[in-house]
Design a protein around this ligand. Structure first.
Ligand code: BTN
Length: 248
């Protein structure tokens, strides 16, 4: 079995834990290895964005996975990761986060956690995945630049109290390990159901920005591969494999 977080590297400052983990992965680090940084100077988000990662205020970490699966399964791991973090945050802090497809964690529309999964493959198989998780734990309002105010938030702002980062990290690893074993044994179906139950996207009117333009419709559910099924306004079912979802 995998023991998630048993192999642990703690770093004070780094550019990005994603880069640190890629190096370890290339050196043969085992599945379940975890790197946590107090601060990142070039934290990365999805779609080439920057990720605010001030010292001591959040959980900036990257987990290494080495599933023996086709590369096409990588999006399912993204959804699994969101379920693991969402369940851990709810259990430890009581903050009711919901998942916006594919893997943003929101509280009343404000983002408290982002997930970035980077997969390296060979011959259509996953060689390794680096699951990067950024959880805004104890940031205060004053930590956010103007352009993030109202868009991003922290568990402390939402719950009104400081949250123990070590406790939350442990809970995320436990959830992750449980769900990952379930996934390897039973495939994506049970994970997909858990994801749908925690989702704030399903059943809502959404706009999806894809490489081929914007599509509007209602989010209907996940297909067996983990793609989002969108019922477009003209009644078609469209499967979205990647893109950015806006509620409304
Ligand atoms: C997103 O755009 O929502 C994803 C954000 C992912 C941030 C985390 S913080 C730890 C890891 N290291 C990075 O540079 N990014 C991820």
């Amino acid at each position: 079995t995998n023991s998630f977080g048993q192999r642990l590297k703690l770093i004070d400052v780094t550019t990005s834990t994603q880069e640190e983990m890629r190096l370890l992965a290339e050196q043969g680090a085992p599945s379940g290895s975890l790197i946590i940084a107090e601060e990142q100077t070039s934290g990365r988000g999805r779609h080439g964005r920057k990720w605010l990662s001030p010292a001591g205020k959040g959980i900036w970490m990257s987990l290494l996975l080495r599933p023996e699966l086709p590369l096409s399964c990588a999006p399912q791991l993204t959804l699994l990761c969101a379920v693991a973090v969402c369940r851990a945050i709810r259990a430890v802090t009581g903050v009711n986060t919901g998942i916006k497809w594919p893997n943003d964690l929101l509280v009343d529309g404000r983002k408290v956690c982002g997930i970035l999964i980077e997969s390296v493959g060979e011959d259509e198989l996953i060689r390794y995945c680096v699951a990067g998780m950024g959880i805004d734990v104890n940031l205060g309002i004053e930590d956010y630049p103007a352009d993030l105010k109202g868009i991003a938030s922290s568990l402390k702002i939402e719950s009104g109290r400081d949250c123990d980062r070590a406790l939350l990290i442990g809970a995320v690893m436990n959830e992750f390990e449980k769900l990952y074993e379930l996934y390897l044994e039973q495939g994506f179906t049970p994970i997909g159901h858990l994801w749908e139950a925690l989702s704030v996207t399903i059943g809502k009117k959404i706009t999806v920005k894809t490489a081929r333009g914007e599509i509007q419709g209602t989010a209907d559910g996940l297909d067996p591969s983990g793609a989002l099924i969108l019922k477009s306004n003209d009644g078609q079912n469209i499967n979205i494999f990647s893109g950015e979802v806006q509620l409304g």
